[in-house]
Design a protein around this ligand. Structure first.
Ligand SMILES: *[C@@H]1O[C@H](CO)[C@@H](O)[C@H](O)[C@H]1NC(C)=O
Ligand SMILES: *[C@@H]1O[C@H](CO)[C@@H](O)[C@H](O)[C@H]1NC(C)=O
Ligand SMILES: [Zn+2]
Length: 324
C-alpha cells in the first residue's frame, strides 16, 4: 500500500497546547460557556428536530457543482475528530435551497460518533440519536475564506448526514476507513491512497438530497459561533459496525480513544425548523437543472464569473450547460 503518512509535529504541539475543550470532565460541553461566551447563546446546535413541529416549505433546488472531480484528499486526527480536506485550487460549490442565490465553497468534512451504535449523532430526529453524523462544512464564497466567513450570521453552511448501522458496509467510505489506522495518534495526517470523488461519499448526485430539514444554528464545537445554516438530509448513510468502530480507535490529546465526540442537544428557543418538500423529482445530478428555472443558473454563473479565484473548470462546465 502506497499511503503517505506524515507526522506533523507542529500540529501535534499546537493542538496539545491549544487543548481547550473536550467531551469529558472539566473541559466538557457543560463548561464550554465558561471560556466561550457564544456557547451559551440562544441559537446553538445541535438540536432535537421534532417532525410534528417542523414547518414544511418548498425551497429552490439545492445545486452541487464540482463534486464529481477526483481530488487529492488528506485525513487528519485533530484530537477531537477525523477531518478530511481536499487539496487543490478548484473547490466544490453549492447554492440554492435555503442558501438561495449565495454560493458556498467546500472547506472540510468530519464526523461525530458515540461509544456504541445507539448514539453518536449531534442533531436528533424525534429524539432519536444515530450512530454517527457526517458534517460537510462550507463557507460563503463572497467572504473570501472560512475564517472570515465565521464573522457573519450567514457565513457557513453544514451538510449533515446521519449514519445508521447495518450488516452491509458502504464501499464509498472504504478509502477513508482504510486510512484511519494511520492517523490514530493526535496530529497525524495521511493522504488517501487514491484521489477522492466527494460525490461518492456525499451522494450529491442523488435525488434524495432535496429531502432535508434546515434551521439556523451554530458550530457544535467551541467557539460555538452562531453562523451556520444547517441542512440535515433525511436519508441516512448506512455503514457497518466495523466501519464505525474504526473511528472509535483514534486518540485524543490525553492519549485516550475518542469514543464519543457529540455535543448534547441545545434548546430550540424561538427558532423554526423547516422541512423541504421538493416540488417535483427532477434529476439534479451534477447540480445543473437542464430544463427549468432559467434565470437562476445564470445568476449563479454570474456570481461565479465575478470571482477571479474561481476554478476555471466550474465556469467551463456551467458554460457548457448554459449553452444547451
Ligand atoms: C430524549 O432522549 C433522552 C436520552 O435518550 C432522554 O433522556 C429524554 O427523556 C428524551 N426526551 C423525550 C422528550 O423523549
Ligand atoms: C437564518 O439566517 C439567515 C442569515 O442570517 C437569515 O437571512 C434568515 O432569515 C434566517 N432564517 C430564519 C428562519 O431565521
Ligand atoms: Zn461537526
Amino acid at each position: 500500500m502506497k499511503i503517505l503518512v506524515f507526522l506533523n509535529f507542529f500540529t501535534i504541539y499546537s493542538t496539545i497546547l491549544g487543548q481547550e475543550f473536550s467531551y469529558n470532565g472539566l473541559l466538557g460541553p457543560a463548561y464550554w460557556g465558561n471560556k466561550y461566551q457564544t456557547c451559551v447563546g440562544k441559537h446553538q446546535s445541535p438540536i432535537n428536530i421534532v417532525e410534528h413541529y417542523v414547518e414544511k416549505v418548498t425551497l429552490p433546488p439545492l445545486w452541487f457543482s464540482g463534486f464529481n472531480i477526483p481530488r487529492k484528499a488528506m485525513l487528519t486526527n485533530n484530537g477531537h475528530t477525523v477531518l478530511l480536506k481536499t487539496i487543490g485550487t478548484d473547490v466544490p460549490l453549492i447554492t440554492g435551497g435555503p442558501l438561495r442565490d449565495d454560493v458556498y465553497a467546500f472547506e472540510q468534512l468530519h464526523f461525530h460518533w458515540g461509544e456504541n451504535d445507539k448514539e453518536g449523532s449531534e442533531d436528533r430526529i424525534n429524539n432519536r440519536s444515530f450512530a454517527m453524523e457526517l458534517h460537510a462544512v462550507f463557507y460563503k464564497l463572497s467572504y473570501g475564506s472560512y475564517k472570515a466567513a465565521t464573522n457573519f450570521p450567514d457565513g457557513l453552511t453544514v451538510l449533515a448526514y446521519f449514519v445508521t448501522v447495518a450488516e452491509t458496509f458502504d464501499p464509498t467510505y472504504s478509502p477513508l476507513v482504510e486510512t484511519l489506522p494511520l492517523i490514530e495518534d493526535i496530529g497525524s495526517e495521511a493522504v488517501l491512497r487514491d484521489n477522492l470523488i466527494l460525490e461518492s461519499i456525499l451522494k450529491t448526485n442523488q435525488p434524495s438530497m432535496q429531502n432535508y430539514f434546515t434551521y439556523n444554528g451554530s458550530l457544535t464545537t467551541p467557539p460555538c459561533s452562531e453562523v451556520v445554516t444547517w441542512i440535515d438530509f433525511k436519508k441516512p448513510h448506512i455503514l457497518s459496525h466495523e466501519q464505525i468502530e474504526a473511528f472509535r480507535r483514534i486518540r485524543s490529546a490525553e492519549g485516550e480513544r475518542v469514543t464519543h465526540n457529540f455535543r448534547p442537544v441545545q434548546p430550540l428557543a424561538d427558532r423554526i425548523v423547516f422541512e423541504n418538500i421538493p416540488e417535483t423529482s427532477h434529476d439534479y445530478s451534477h447540480g445543473i437543472p437542464n430544463h427549468r428555472n432559467h434565470h437562476h443558473p445564470q445568476q449563479f454563473a454570474g456570481q461565479l464569473a465575478n470571482r477571479a479565484s474561481l476554478p476555471i473548470i466550474v465556469i467551463i462546465s456551467l458554460a457548457t450547460v448554459l449553452r444547451r
